[in-house]
Design a protein around this ligand. Structure first.
Ligand SMILES: NC(=O)c1ccc[n+]([C@@H]2O[C@H](COP(=O)([O-])OP(=O)(O)OC[C@H]3O[C@@H](n4cnc5c(N)ncnc54)[C@H](OP(=O)(O)O)[C@@H]3O)[C@@H](O)[C@H]2O)c1
Length: 328
């Protein structure tokens, strides 16, 4: 059977912007027979995530993510349906997921690399398992639980950068659900700012491409910043950290503004900002969702419950903000 797949065609270089030509689509033959322990699946959804930029480099700079190889199929989070199974845990028609799903229309995988998903948890919207009820949702929830130090009723202000992205749009909503009294988002267009405040419950939003971020932060966070969910790093984060309170907390989720640069992770703060961080005893610990696999099951149930109760807006955020390729 002939199937299509996406392979890495070239590397952008550690300091370069990725381009479409870094990838190519090719046709290959899929064997007709599967072995004991294997399943054949058809790909339904693939997730395109910021960490993949690092996988385009020969050296990813992290011990937990491996580089994609030239002319080899690329992989990442995916969802599919079982078409044939020789593994005891799976039968035809099961929906399954993996963090290492090859970008090809159909694929034969070892059953041990797959997990079954329950469509009822997402009211049948399977792509949510790659978004709000999947890795980005878990990242926001567990990041806030583990590093946010939120105490309901204590009048805390949270700021979220990359606020209209997959993690950010959920982090702001979860910040409210866990008890922050005020949540302010930072993102790159007026349209996104409007979405955050009109649909997702953010109290205010700042367009970092327009106007003065520091001034607007002072206006929208008059009591300073207690919790900062940092998705972007760079100048935006330096500005936020400068307005953080004594004994406040940074959730170091990601540093997307630095991923096209050859810098270590996490990038060091400029000396003046680092001095503020130390002086005010602001925590900035590394956070990696994959280190909390024991919390995934309960986290998915919590996210699903909030989604079903209408407390976590998912559909709008998923349609407008996350990038999923639909393969049929
Ligand atoms: N720690 C973990 O375990 C973990 C897990 C998942 C993700 N992450 C990290 O979380 C972050 C967000 O991931 P995501 O899945 O939410 O990504 P996403 O949906 O692609 O959203 C990323 C957002 O970042 C903004 N952005 C892009 N370049 C920027 C720049 N130079 N300056 C400021 N903002 C910029 C974009 O919004 P605008 O158009 O508004 O600029 C975009 O909406 C990433 O840094 C990722 O690496 C960490």
């Amino acid at each position: 059977m002939i199937i299509q797949r996406v392979v890495l065609n070239s590397r952008p270089g550690k300091n370069g912007n990725p381009v479409a030509e870094n990838f190519r689509i090719e046709e290959v033959n899929l064997p007709n027979n599967i072995n004991e322990g294997q399943v054949q699946v058809r790909t339904l959804y693939l997730s395109v995530d910021p960490y993949m930029r690092c996988r385009m480099n020969e050296d990813t700079g992290s011990d937990y993510i491996t580089p994609w190889q030239l002319s080899q199929v690329v992989d990442g989070g995916g969802i599919g349906i079982v078409e044939e199974s020789k593994h005891v845990h799976f039968t035809k028609g099961d929906f399954v997921t993996s963090f290492y799903w090859p970008w090809q229309t159909k694929v034969i995988l070892n059953g041990s690399s797959l997990e079954k998903v329950d469509p009822q948890l997402v009211n049948g919207h399977l792509s949510y398992f790659l978004g709000a009820i999947g890795m980005p949702g878990l990242t926001s929830l567990i990041g806030i639980q583990e590093k946010g130090h939120i105490t309901a009723g204590s009048n805390q202000t949270m700021v979220v950068s990359g606020a209209a992205g997959a993690c950010g749009s959920l982090a702001g909503q979860i910040g409210h659900l866990m008890g922050c009294s005020r949540v302010v988002g930072i993102c790159g267009t007026q349209e996104k700012c409007h979405l955050l405040t009109s649909e997702l419950g953010f109290d205010a939003a700042i367009n970092y491409k327009k106007g003065n971020v520091a001034e607007q932060l002072r206006e929208f966070c008059p009591a300073g910043v207690d919790v900062y969910f940092d998705n972007v790093g760079g100048d935006i984060s330096d500005t936020v950290i400068s307005q953080m309170n004594q004994n406040s907390h940074i959730i170091l989720c990601g540093q997307i503004s630095q991923y096209n640069k050859d810098v270590p992770y996490p990038p060091p703060l400029p000396p003046a900002v680092e001095a503020i961080q130390k002086e005010r005893n602001i925590t900035r610990e590394r956070f990696l969702v994959l280190n909390y696999k024991d919390k995934f099951e309960s986290g998915i149930l919590q996210l699903s419950q909030w989604f079903k109760e209408g407390k976590l807006k998912v559909e709008l955020a998923s349609i407008l903000l996350s990038i999923s390729l639909i393969l049929t």
